[in-house]
Design a binder for this molecule. Structure first.
Ligand code: UDP
Ligand code: MN
Length: 272
């Protein structure tokens, strides 16, 4: 594949560097020839990024967006959690909502014709290079509980066309007076692309589907597993027992050990 295509992820601290390591190993295992780019802010040290550098990815330094003080205050972790509480799962302490918006820097990467963004807390279990032929803006629905979830997109996987004009227009809309994006980049992208193209859920299978909607899970179709809310590298999080097979899958990619055996041994959850 030519250098016109890239998978892009974002890392702003040591925890998400761990996530990105598993993601990058999974992308390389999928046999893609597209570039793999890790956007990283100053919150991730050279030491945090060293294992990623060893895998030969492109490490691209990025700043957080130049948003106003008012915007930054409104989206500060405690304030956002108070104004728009998370009732269905827990965000780890190392998750800073404001950092999410740096994803939009992907639109500045005009050296690429198309990019597929993937959250650092996801792994690819099958080649998804066909997404590079898809239009802007594609994302899968935010499904993890019920059919009502199909109204909303999840910004953990999306297809985008870098463009300086789009980036400038986005910044303007993003930081409009009093703008509050309750689910950060996700709410923003949904508003910016109201006619988003829906990908099948299998391109961004959210881990809670495993226990909430087990009949939807089908390893034959799942391409990306996304560990939304609690992260697979957190010690003993409250959902860890329920999610054990998915955590074992993530660990295989993280360690680089027994990947093929782990993939071959996957079985669908028992419908409840
Ligand atoms: N992110 C980051 N640092 C943060 C918060 C987010 O690097 O403090 C990046 C990282 O790529 C992460 C993505 O933004 O995967 C979105 O956050 P997260 O995946 O934690 O949100 P969730 O999927 O749980 O809604
Ligand atoms: Mn995520």
């Amino acid at each position: 594949m030519s250098r016109r295509f890239a998978y892009v992820t974002l890392v702003t601290n040591a925890d998400y560097a761990k996530g990105a390591l598993a993601l990058v190993r999974s992308l390389q295992h999928s046999g893609t020839e597209a570039d793999i780019v890790v956007l990283h802010t100053g919150g991730a040290t050279e030491q945090d990024l060293a294992p990623l550098a060893e895998l030969g990815v492109l490490l691209l330094p990025a700043d957080l967006l130049p948003t106003s003080d008012g915007f930054n205050q409104r989206h500060q972790r405690e304030r956002l959690h108070a104004a728009a509480p998370f009732t269905k799962g827990n965000k780890p302490a190392f998750h800073t909502p404001l950092d999410n918006f740096a994803k939009l820097r992907l639109w500045e990467m005009t050296q690429y014709e198309r990019c597929v963004f993937i959250d650092a807390d996801a792994v690819v279990v099958k080649n998804i290079d066909r997404l590079f032929a898809y239009p802007e803006f594609c994302a899968a629905p935010n499904v993890y509980e019920s059919v009502a979830d199909f109204h909303r997109l999840n910004s953990g996987v999306f297809v985008a066309l870098p463009s300086a004009a789009t980036f400038a227009a986005m910044l303007e809309k993003l930081d409009a007076p009093d703008a509050f994006w309750r689910r950060t980049d996700q709410s923003f992208l949904e508003a910016y692309f109201p006619h988003w193209h829906g990908l099948p859920v299998f391109f961004n299978m959210l881990q809670y589907v495993w226990f909430n909607l087990p009949e939807l899970w089908d390893w034959k179709s799942v391409c990306v597993v996304h560990y939304q809310y609690e992260k697979p590298w957190e010690n003993d999080h409250p959902k860890a027992a329920q999610l054990a097979p998915l955590i074992a899958l993530w660990q295989a990619f993280f360690s680089g050990e027994r990947i093929d055996e782990t993939l071959a041994g996957l079985t669908n959850p028992e419908p409840v």
